[in-house]
Ligand binder design. Structure first.
Ligand code: ADP
Ligand code: GN1
Ligand code: MG
Length: 379
């Protein structure tokens, strides 16, 4: 029996929750969106007489993961306001190119239900969608542009204003220590079945601290980063194919540009699904690597320093290794963090990440050459 199965929409009183938000129209239905691993996301439908219907995104924040929802929402509010101003200056569409919070009837950004759930709502971005796997290289380039632009737009954001919503989120060394701890405890007696995966991680222990040491030693500049740049966190316009909006802002925090770049490559350069069981479908695509890097570098607009450029290929590998290690840790702990939909789901996810790491290791020289070629015009 899977313990941490997807939360059902029947669990919540949507009529009650919806009545606390400034939505236009009469509530008429709700759908679940099961793509994220952490929060509970729903699409809420409202009727406006015969004129038009509209929908909104309604999310229940996972407070086991995000323990300070008030501060998190303050981050989201500040960051979206900052982005909105940049978009306005560039003549863009401010309701589409960044998330727009819908206030509660009390003028707040959060509604706390009687049972203690934390809810927030966003305007639904119409005419765009997210994808689990990139369909073409145009998507890839445009996603690179979108994440690069996100970072560029936030390069003058007052970083000290940001609360760390999950401390040490990409501290890969601490993530490794957490893995070793889970392995030592082996609470679910699963270690015996995943020896190969465990050895894969242990063999790479020396590399875990490379980015965090460079950050702490001031060799890499701190930046405002998204920290969860997987491909399904950028909305792709249905008509233009552009990366119209970067979403899922819960982990926007001080970080390294390489966290965003590396984590995006981990997700977008995978030819298969993150949880694909048939590993022959999971390949690291060098074409995708090149295309995403091109878009990202163009959009950050020369803002990266030489050390950042030099570590780009390595960061792709490290962020992939970190993510795989987090999935494996959760598998060892009995699936307490990432939502799962089947037995061994986190193990399947870990295996795809390790396959990608192995392929990146084999092609690291080519990845470095690609970045060197781009880097010449970048700094
Ligand atoms: P999670 O933190 O669980 O990953 P996300 O904020 O990424 O949650 O939302 C999950 C999915 O919901 C996204 O991948 C996207 O498909 C959809 N979504 C989120 N925000 C919006 C929005 N403002 N407009 C339209 N769709 C959205
Ligand atoms: C989680 O929330 P979601 O599904 O966008 C996780 C990321 C992982 C990702 C792996 C807060 O992202 O760090 O890279 O799963 N988010 C959090 O798919 O832990
Ligand atoms: Mg998401």
């Amino acid at each position: 029996m899977i313990e941490n199965i997807n939360r059902k929409k029947t669990q919540y009183d949507f009529g009650e929750v919806v009545s606390h938000f400034h939505f236009e129209g009469k509530f008429c239905g709700v759908d679940s969106n099961n793509y994220g691993h952490i929060n509970d996301t729903f699409v809420v439908y409202l009727e406006n007489g015969n004129q038009y219907n509209c929908r909104y995104i309604l999310q229940r924040i996972n407070t086991d993961v995000f323990r300070t929802p008030r501060q998190l929402m303050r981050n989201v509010k500040l960051v979206t306001e900052h982005l909105r101003e940049k978009i306005r200056q560039e003549g863009g569409n401010v309701n589409r190119e960044t998330l727009t919070l819908v206030p509660t009837t009390d003028g707040d950004v959060l509604y706390i239900s009687p049972r203690g759930d934390f809810w927030r709502a966003y305007i639904f971005i119409e005419g765009a969608q997210t994808y689990m796997v990139a369909e073409n290289l145009e998507h890839v380039y445009n996603a690179g542009m979108a994440f690069g632009k996100f970072q560029y737009h936030l390069s003058d954001f007052p970083i000290a204003e940001l609360h760390e919503t999950i401390p040490d989120f990409h501290n890969t060394r601490k993530r490794f220590n957490a893995f070793v701890d889970a392995l030592d405890k082996d609470t679910h007696n699963r270690a015996i079945e995943v020896k190969q995966e465990i050895n894969f991680v242990l063999a790479r222990s020396e590399e875990m601290g490379i980015l965090v040491d460079a950050y702490e030693g001031d060799k890499l500049p701190g930046r405002v980063t998204h920290n969860d740049t997987k491909f399904n966190n950028v909305m792709i316009d249905d008509y233009t194919g552009e990366g119209v909006c970067v979403i899922d802002l819960d982990t926007v925090m001080p970080g390294l540009s390489l966290y965003d770049y590396g984590d995006a490559i981990r997700s977008i350069a995978n030819t298969g699904e993150e949880d694909e069981r048939d590993l022959s479908k999971v390949r690291f695509s060098l074409d995708t690597y090149k295309e995403f890097s091109n878009g990202f570098l163009r959009a950050v607009n020369g803002n990266l320093v030489g050390e950042e450029l030099a570590l780009m290929p390595f960061s792709a590998k490290l962020m992939t290794l970190e993510c795989g290690m987090r999935f494996l840790t959760d598998h060892l702990k009995g699936d307490v963090y990432f939502r799962i939909h089947r037995q061994n789901h986190n193990l399947d996810r870990a295996r795809t990440q390790f396959k990608l790491v192995r392929e990146m290791e084999r092609q690291m020289g080519v990845m470095e050459n690609i970045i060197m070629d781009f880097g010449a015009g970048c700094n």
